[in-house]
Design a protein around this ligand. Structure first.
Ligand code: TRP
Length: 77
């Protein structure tokens, strides 16, 4: 496994109440290990770590990364 780069980080800004920032485990088993709920206007600064290799964002939010900014979109109702 490549050594995790602890300098990797990004920012999640919630555009509605109840946005979930969900951390997924690094390694053989990929599973949720933490879910953080943000309310509208709240910001979370997130790092990738030896425990966290991926993050899922659920809800309307802006995700600011070193390589650009993306916004989540509404899925099927
Ligand atoms: N204990 C987790 C870790 O060290 C904390 C964490 C880091 C986290 N990045 C995250 C939790 C992203 C949720 C989403 O890996």
């Amino acid at each position: 496994m490549a050594k995790p780069n602890h300098d990797d980080y990004f920012i999640v800004k919630a555009h509605e109440n109840g946005v979930n920032v969900i951390g997924l485990t690094r390694g053989k088993d990929t599973r949720f290990h933490h879910s953080e709920k943000l309310d509208k206007g709240e910001v979370m600064v997130v790092q990738f770590t030896e425990h966290t290799s991926a993050v899922k964002v659920r809800g309307k939010a802006e995700i600011i990364t070193p390589f650009g900014t993306v916004e989540t979109e509404k899925g099927q109702p």
